[in-house]
Design a protein around this ligand. Structure first.
Ligand SMILES: NC(=O)c1ccc[n+]([C@@H]2O[C@H](COP(=O)([O-])OP(=O)(O)OC[C@H]3O[C@@H](n4cnc5c(N)ncnc54)[C@H](O)[C@@H]3O)[C@@H](O)[C@H]2O)c1
Ligand SMILES: O=C(O)CC[C@@H](O)C(=O)O
Length: 528
């Protein structure tokens, strides 16, 4: 039985580990306590799939050693520590586990918010560790009636808002990428003006970390805030600029901050820890038993499926989101790959460009189609090409890929045309799928041959003179090649193209005999 190696790079719930251990096809390696350099240099090179959390960066050093890797499963939401373009370039599929820790992060956010309002950890420390009973020192504020600014209204932000509303806060949400009704239907205020957020009493952030969101709160934004504002960050470090946050807390402009995440983790030497008006936790947003069980079992299940090549749930870098592709498109994608593969055998030389045209409704999916055609066409010239890295491989090899949506088709409901240009010339194949579900070529290089796309085929082009078909049949029968289907088409230049489907593998000798016929203009052979 083929075995696949799944490496667990950070701690996940034991129920997930058990799933990996119990699967006979999985060679399970627990490496959570292995030094990261040793992990990458010694263990990652043999791994088919790696499960990571925020303690393992999938960076260029990791990827340099991940030569066998098929997929990375990020056991959590944020993928800011995964080099997704780098993974795509290497053909590695990146998956996350998006909602398994939502509630844990929401409830930690509420914990921070309440802790800031009541300075709870400080009063606790005073009594428990310092044995001081001084009630007059610990006056806090109520959430009721305060304005909460929520930046990012996704899974976590929207649930924080709902809970804060139960505390009778007024919610103002900023998220340019959602339908405002998602906010207003909850009787909350949606804003596109970031200053409305800066005018709030409490501000919490729940966006991913990316170029747009790093430093979304900096010196300038803090200067515009109310004196005594409270800031909470349970999303990612550096969304609030740490120097600006430090200065704001130090000056008292920011009364309190609740921070779970830091620019550099572990954050044991971070200067924010020196302040007395901050509540901190060591990136605990996902740390509940419930959430870790959910994440661990989902991550393990996804890793097993990916290792076996069954499916890639929540893949972030596939060219298509399968759930958004209508059923009728999928056989066209498969057919596109076959045509690309076939064209590259008929026209065997360095590929210069691949043009993929879609007519009819399939035209709307021509980008995905182009990816599949590219994988088919280039699979001879690149051993590692797949749907994830097709764009990168094509660019690297100087192949120009052009998808074209031609709109409605006059003749066919849906038609795809692949034009493959190599150093030797051009091959153009059009194909469709009729209602019987059979994938059919309807034209090759201007000849209207209609033939099913399957098995082995010989393409024989000749001057359109009498007796040629008989000679071709004789050569094939002399070489014990059985014909299963035959399609003949002619053009106005007195040429004919025969597409001959055969049951047996055709030898070079047979092809040479065919090529030596006087009327022959070209012979090619494609195996699907
Ligand atoms: N502290 C933790 O342990 C922990 C746990 C879980 C998630 N997280 C972090 O929380 C983040 C949010 O998680 P989620 O599950 O809610 O993700 P999500 O994808 O459901 O929501 C993110 C929201 O941010 C919005 N957004 C993106 N760019 C924005 C911008 N420039 N301004 C305003 N809004 C913007 C998106 O439109 C989306 O609605 C994750 O990316 C992760 O980094 C941290
Ligand atoms: O526990 C972790 O790895 C952090 C998870 C969390 O930050 C996430 O993005 O899901």
């Amino acid at each position: 039985m083929q075995k696949y190696t799944v490496v667990v790079c950070d701690h996940i719930h034991e129920a997930g580990l058990k799933m990996l251990q119990d699967d006979e096809a999985i060679n399970f390696v627990m490496a959570a306590d292995v030094d990261k350099k040793e992990l990458v240099e010694k263990i990652i090179p043999t791994a088919d799939v790696a499960i990571t959390r925020s303690s393992t960066d999938v960076d260029s050093f990791f990827l340099e050693h991940a030569d066998n890797m098929k997929a990375i499963v990020r056991a959590g939401v944020g993928v800011d520590n995964v080099d997704i373009p780098g993974c795509s370039k290497k053909g590695i599929i990146v998956m996350n586990v998006p909602t398994a820790n939502t509630i844990a992060a929401v409830e930690l956010t509420m914990t921070h918010m309440l802790s800031c309002m009541r300075m709870f950890p400080y009063s606790h420390d005073h009594l428990k560790n310092q044995r001081i009973w001084k009630r007059e020192k610990w006056y806090g504020y109520e959430l009721k009636g305060k304005k909460l600014g929520v930046i990012g209204f996704g899974n976590i932000g929207s649930r924080v808002a709902k809970r804060a509303k139960a505390f009778e806060m007024d919610i103002v949400a900023y998220d340019p990428y959602i339908d405002p009704a998602k906010v207003t239907d909850l009787d909350m205020t949606y804003t596109k003006n970031f200053d409305d957020i800066l005018a709030c009493d409490v501000i919490t952030i729940h966006t991913p970390k990316n170029k747009e969101t790093i430093g979304i709160i900096g010196e300038e934004e803090i200067a515009k805030m109310k004196d005594g504002v409270v800031l909470v960050n349970c999303a990612r470090g550096d969304l609030y600029n740490e120097d600006a946050l430090y200065n704001g807390l130090k000056s008292g402009k920011i009364r309190f901050a609740g921070i779970d995440v830091f620019g550099k983790e572990p954050a044991i030497n971070n200067k924010l820890l020196d302040l007395d008006n901050i509540v901190v936790s060591p990136h605990l947003g996902a740390n509940t038993y419930e959430s870790q069980y959910n994440i661990g079992t989902q991550a393990a299940g996804n890793a097993i499926e990916a290792a076996k090549g069954i499916s890639y749930p929540n893949a972030l870098n596939l060219p298509i989101d399968e759930s958004k592709i209508p059923e009728f498109v999928k056989p066209f994608l498969e057919m596109g790959q076959k045509i690309g593969f076939m064209a590259s055998q008929i026209n065997k030389s360095k590929i210069v460009s691949i043009r993929v045209k879609g007519q009819g409704e399939i035209g709307n999916y021509v980008d995905s189609l182009a990816t599949f055609v590219t994988v088919g066409a280039m699979s001879h010239s690149s051993e590692t090409i797949n749907y994830v890295n097709a764009d990168f491989v094509a660019k690297e090899k100087g192949v120009d890929v052009e998808p074209v949506n031609l709109g409605d088709s006059a003749v066919y409901k849906n038609l795809i045309t692949v034009k493959l240009t190599t150093n030797e010339g051009t091959t153009t194949i059009s194909a469709t799928i009729f209602d019987d579900g059979v994938q059919r070529i309807v034209s090759i290089d201007g000849f209207d041959n209609e033939v099913a796309i399957k098995g082995d085929m010989i393409l024989f082009k000749n001057s359109d003179v009498p007796g040629v078909i008989g000679s071709v049949g004789t050569i094939l029968s002399n070489n014990s090649v059985n014909i299963s289907d035959f399609s003949l088409a002619r053009n106005e230049n007195k040429e004919a193209l025969a597409v001959i489907l055969v049951d047996n593998v055709v030898s070079d000798k047979t092809l040479e005999e065919l090529a030596s016929l006087e009327a022959c203009k070209s012979v090619s052979y494609a195996r699907l």
